[in-house]
Design a protein around this ligand. Structure first.
Ligand SMILES: [Zn+2]
Ligand SMILES: [Zn+2]
Length: 265
């Protein structure tokens, strides 16, 4: 997958050109994080009537724009519990409805969603118990705000830290939040050289991070596997392969997220 904008084509086929969407499953619970264009393919492989929790990190297009093309939302046998923060005085429901209205979209969510859908606020500091699992969140450093999520279940844990920029007081908070996680999914859109402007224009303040910051964070928080995420849409698979060879010299237990990848914890 890639961040910011869908980037299909032969140069991105290996890691994928869809925008962020991932699923975490344990016991009978299923959780979807973010509704980027990747959710369309998740819907295409749907196992049947389901009761699923959906957490949205923030409402930038690349994390929301797949929802109107998510097949299971049109099936009355499915149930979805949407959760996300209120931003700019707009609730999660306002935002979901707002992206599906003319002139942006031909039909409204109210007109076409057939699944049972409920919307509940979820903010930094909140914790939700799901069976024996717990979902928690902190605020990321990202323009307009963003939530970093963590899921814990029977000693296994994953942190979903997309769309976050290093270099503020939130870094220490993220280290604590990620402590001991088995898997840390981290925004590694840029290299340090790109971020600082040694290659191209500087990216400071754009709300994204680097693999170098990801490695520092993962080591400090003593996480198991670091998964680089939100790849730059202009970075080809070939460039990403080459980048990963460099990254692995610094931290062996690092992978590049790609579409369809399953990680068992
Ligand atoms: Zn994004
Ligand atoms: Zn964003």
């Amino acid at each position: 997958m890639r961040g910011s904008i869908p980037s299909p084509g032969p140069a991105t086929a290996k890691y994928g050109g869809n925008t962020p969407c991932l699923e975490v499953a344990f016991a009978d619970e299923r959780i979807i994080f973010d509704l980027g264009t990747g959710v369309r393919e998740l819907g295409a492989e749907w196992p049947g009537p389901s009761d699923v929790h959906v957490f949205v990190s923030h409402y930038h297009y690349d994390h929301l724009q797949g929802l109107p093309f998510f097949g299971p939302i049109f099936d009355p046998r499915n149930r979805f519990h949407f959760r996300g923060p209120t931003r700019n005085n707009r609730t999660l429901k306002d935002v979901v409805s707002g992206q599906m209205q003319q002139p942006f979209f031909p039909v409204t969510a109210e007109m076409v969603f057939r699944a049972q859908v409920d919307y509940q606020p979820f903010s930094a500091g909140d914790r939700l118990r799901l069976g024996e699992g717990v979902v928690s969140a902190i605020e990321a450093h990202h323009p307009g705000g963003n939530l970093t999520y963590r899921v814990d279940y029977r000693g296994a844990s994953v942190v979903y830290a997309t769309d976050t920029e290093h270099g503020t007081e939130r870094d220490a908070q993220l280290v604590e939040f990620s402590r001991g996680a088995d898997l840390l999914i981290y925004d590694a859109m840029y290299t340090e050289d790109e971020y600082m402007g040694r290659i191209g224009s500087p990216k400071i303040g754009w709300g994204h991070s680097t693999w170098e910051a990801g490695v520092r964070l993962a080591n400090e928080a003593q996480v198991g596997t670091l998964a680089l995420f939100h790849h730059d849409p202009t970075r080809t698979d070939e460039q990403l392969d080459e980048l990963m060879r460099t990254v692995k010299r610094h931290r062996k237990a690092t992978i590049a997220a790609r579409e369809g990848l399953t990680v068992r914890l």
